[in-house]
Write a protein that binds this ligand. Structure first.
Ligand code: ADP
Length: 447
């Protein structure tokens, strides 16, 4: 096992990694920006090192500074967390070139899966069903038109290097293709530095179902079940559940098999998530995330497995300690992402946290770096925490979530807790009657 890990991230995920490391007896050093000097993860890590000013490109995305910090501090491995450099194959290669271990998959796997066109092509070969779409990148209007005719409208134009729900354009008719293609390309270029786009059938009422996998360096692979992440705004998840309660046992079994087989064929190591859209009994792969995900705690709740600990273990070269048949699923878990934003307008709401009273009680977990007196910087993502609750049944879980959200007090900044309270009491949510477009419809016309 490692004796020291450098954490190249911030906020709640940095805190989550520090907690796992402490329990494993691994020392932590956190690489942070100037504006995060007073943050909770910086206070709780064993050591900290400032790697640059507030803007991400100068600190959390500054590869040279992070690697120098790891080398100087004697860390053996780097945990990239989520976002920032966690899916950057150039960074993963640089880490390896400096005789450090990147806590994640190989740079090759990051690269292959980071490009959605290649990812779909690769996984289709391994028997994973994908969303019908263009065979590869769409180069010009004429090619786009031909693909659109063969796929059928509506069509979604997506950025091959896309992420965070950015760079997508829905097209309903042939005449709108040239304009949509131009916008998608320019958004892709400005957000991801790559204007490659492709086309997919736009599914009108799917659920988002994703499967968590874990693999070691010796070809052992398990899946840890699925999550339903259909409650999204602007293609970004805000509420997630485990298991994917709309699946039948047969579908669940089949999906798990397809995914573990693909991971074995890929020779993938570490944690990963296969994302699918699920409509009318069919699964369609959309992308793979080659890192830990924000919503990992709900899987931890229903399996009792600490995913960050297992991720660090396999990165250190240890063998998986369990087989598929050892994994037991029990109960239901829901996670609500707490964002520092206006619950009506969704404008970011950084600033000073005046009061902070997280909920507690049985089966309630809050992963957050907030504390009273902390100043949420305006510089980064608006995610300031997650509330995760568990119940033996989904109904029990929802009742507990309603109770826990009532207890949650955060003042000084605005958060989306009022929205989560409404969702926790909504009858469609209670009945499980929703798809990925449900929240947008609800926000346009609540109740
Ligand atoms: P990103 O990498 O930006 O998160 P994804 O490919 O994972 O992009 O898609 C994010 C979300 O966008 C999905 O969860 C889903 O809500 C929506 N989406 C993606 N592909 C399609 C599609 N073909 N039809 C309908 N919605 C889609």
């Amino acid at each position: 096992m490692f004796h020291k890990i450098l954490i190249a991230n911030r906020g709640e995920i940095a805190l989550r990694i520090i907690r796992a490391c402490k329990e494993m007896g691994v020392r932590t050093i956190i690489a942070h920006s100037t504006i995060d000097a007073e943050s909770k993860p910086v206070r709780l890590a064993d050591e900290s090192i400032c790697i640059g000013p507030a803007p991400s490109r100068d600190s959390y995305l500054n590869m040279q500074s992070i690697i120098s910090a790891a080398v100087i501090s004697g860390a053996q491995a780097i945990h990239p967390g989520v976002g920032f450099l966690s899916e950057n194959d150039t960074f993963a290669s640089m880490v390896e070139e400096h005789d450090l271990i990147f806590i994640g998959p190989s740079p090759t796997h990051i690269k292959v899966m980071g490009d959605k066109v290649t990812a779909k092509q690769t996984l289709e070969k391994f028997g994973v069903p994908v969303v019908p779409g263009s065979a590869g990148a769409v180069r010009d209007d004429q090619a786009a038109l031909q693909y659109a005719r063969s796929i059928g409208f509506p069509i979604l134009i997506k950025a091959s290097s896309g992420g965070g729900g950015k760079g997508m354009q829905i097209v309903y008719s042939e005449k709108d293709i040239p304009h949509a293609l131009r916008i998608a390309r320019s958004e892709a270029k400005s957000n991801f530095g790559d204007d490659t786009v492709f086309m997919e059938k736009y599914l009108t009422k799917p659920r988002h179902i994703e499967v968590q996998v874990l693999a070691d360096n010796y070809g052992n692979v398990v899946h840890l079940g699925e999550r339903d992440c259909s409650i999204q705004r602007r293609h970004q998840k805000i509420w997630e559940e485990a298991p994917g309660f709309s699946l039948t046992e047969k579908e669940r079994y089949k999906l798990g098999k397809v995914v573990t087989r693909a991971v074995q064929k890929l020779g993938y190591r570490g944690v990963g998530t296969f994302e699918f859209l699920y409509e009318e009994g069919q699964f369609y792969f959309i992308e793979m995330n080659t890192r830990i995900q924000v919503e990992h705690p709900i899987t931890e709740m229903i399996t009792g497995i600490d995913l960050i600990r297992e991720q660090i273990r396999v990165a250190a070269g240890e063998k998986l300690r369990f087989k598929q048949s050892d994994i037991r699923f029990s109960g239901h878990a829901i996670e609500c992402r707490i964002n520092a934003e206006d619950p009506e307008t969704f404008m970011p709401s950084p600033g000073l946290v005046e009061k902070y009273h997280p909920p507690g009680g049985m089966h309630v977990r809050v992963d957050s770096h907030l504390y009273a007196g902390y100043k949420v910087p305006p510089t980064y993502d608006s995610l300031v925490g997650k509330i995760i609750v568990y119940g033996e049944t989904r109904a029990e879980c929802l009742a507990r979530l309603q109770r826990a959200l009532e207890e949650f007090v955060i003042t000084g900044i605005k958060t989306n807790i009022p929205l989560h309270k409404r969702l926790a009491h909504n009858s469609n949510i209670a009945e499980g009657a929703f798809d990925i477009h449900w929240l947008e419809r609800y926000l346009a016309k609540p109740e």
